[in-house]
Structure formats: C-alpha cells, structure tokens
Design a protein around this ligand. Structure first.
Ligand SMILES: N[C@@H](CCC(=O)N[C@@H](CS)C(=O)NCC(=O)O)C(=O)O
Length: 203
C-alpha cells in the first residue's frame, strides 16, 4: 500500500502514526501539492492528501476513511474502542481535531495571499474556530492522560497532530502556553516512536 503524503500534513501524519502503531508498512510517496503535475488529483478528485493507494490500485481518502480501513485491516493495537459510546467519543475527538486543522489550514492559505487580497474577517473567523476547538479540548481532556478511557486511542493521535501543526504554522501564538493540558498531552505522546518518527520538520 502506498500513501501520498507531505511531511507537514497533520492529516497524513495521523495516518502514518496509526500505521506505525499497528505495524502496518506503508510505502510513502511524498508529494508537493503546489506542483501542477503532482499525481494527487489522479487519485483524489479533491486534490487533497493523504491518499492511500491500496494493493489493487484503488485509492482511499480522506484521512478518517483511511484510518477506519487500517483499523479494520488488523486487530493489532486497536485504536478504536469496542464499546459503542466510547467509539463515537473517539470519532468526535477526531472530527474536532480535523476540524481545527481545517480552520487553521484555511486561515494559513488566506494569509499567504497578497496582503491587499486578504480578508482579515475570514482569517479571524477561522482562528475563532481554532480557539474554540482548543478550548473545548483543553476542558474535555482536563488532567487525564488520555482523551477517552485509560489507554491511547485515535483521539490522542488526532489531537497530537493538531498541536504539532499549530505550533509549526503559528509559533507566534504560543498555543502551548495557552492550552497547557494539551501541551502536556503532546509531550507525553512524543515519547512514542510513532510520533517521533513522523514529527513535521521545522519550516
Ligand atoms: N478532510 C481531509 C483534509 C485533507 C487536507 O485538507 N489536506 C491538505 C494538506 S494538509 C490538502 O491536501 N490541501 C490541498 C487542497 O485543499 O487543495 C482529510 O482528513 O484527509
């Protein structure tokens, strides 16, 4: 199986961590989305990464679909609880984490436009989603070690990818200081090889 990815994509990192935790080997193909002839649209009409190309050539996207596929592929290291209520709590953490990333990515794209073309109200609207999401997660995590239950799940992985991405793209906002429980959680996750091996390079 081949994963189209970039080193800074938080969604692709989530998939790479899940694969590492479940001992699933993925062939990695790094792509540059800014290059007009990048292969991603051939596999995902939305032109987004990650895309998983399965052994028979069929592509899977988006990241939450790929995660479900990897989870069902092997019983090694279950990252979604069997209990239905807990399972949907984990999926909600994933949705909130991905949604915070969506808003952060959207604000970042707007900030990259020429200054006279930027819409500050759009950036503010997206960053409000980021702050509301982080604030909810800080409250919900509290002083617990894991987002849901007593062991690591997809929720912890998705949350960890958010914090790293925000620190990479918005270092000046010092989210670690504002959300210390989330920062502590990320530091704990970073003790795992799967997190260390997939950490985004400094930009
Ligand atoms: N919901 C998608 C989001 C993926 C996404 O937005 N990826 C970004 C890279 S971090 C991307 O491919 N952006 C290119 C674009 O939107 O055209 C997922 O979870 O896979």
């Amino acid at each position: 199986m081949k994963l189209l990815y970039s080193k800074t994509s938080p969604y692709a990192r989530k998939v790479r961590i899940i694969a590492a935790e479940k001992h699933i080997t993925l062939e990695l193909q790094e792509v540059v989305l800014a290059e007009p002839d990048n292969p991603v649209p051939d596999f995902n009409p939305l032109g987004k990464i990650p895309v998983l190309i399965m052994d028979d050539g069929e592509p899977l996207y988006d990241s939450s679909v790929i995660v479900d596929y990897l989870e069902q592929r092997t019983p090694v290291a279950h990252l979604l609880p069997q209990d239905t209520r807990m399972r949907f709590q984990v999926k909600r953490w994933e949705a909130l984490s991905d949604g915070v990333c969506d808003a952060a990515v959207s604000a970042m794209m707007e900030r990259r436009r020429a200054e006279n073309l930027q819409d500050p109200s759009w950036i503010a609207r997206q960053m409000t989603k980021v702050e509301r999401g982080l604030s909810r997660m800080e409250t919900d995590l509290g002083d617990r070690s894991f987002c849901v239950g007593e062991s690591m799940t997809l929720a912890d992985i998705a949350l960890g990818c958010v914090m790293a991405y925000l620190n990479l793209r918005y270092p000046e906002l010092d989210f670690d200081k504002k959300y210390p429980k989330l920062a502590k959680h990320y530091a704990r996750m970073m003790q795992r090889p799967s997190f260390q091996e997939t950490a985004p390079p400094p930009v």
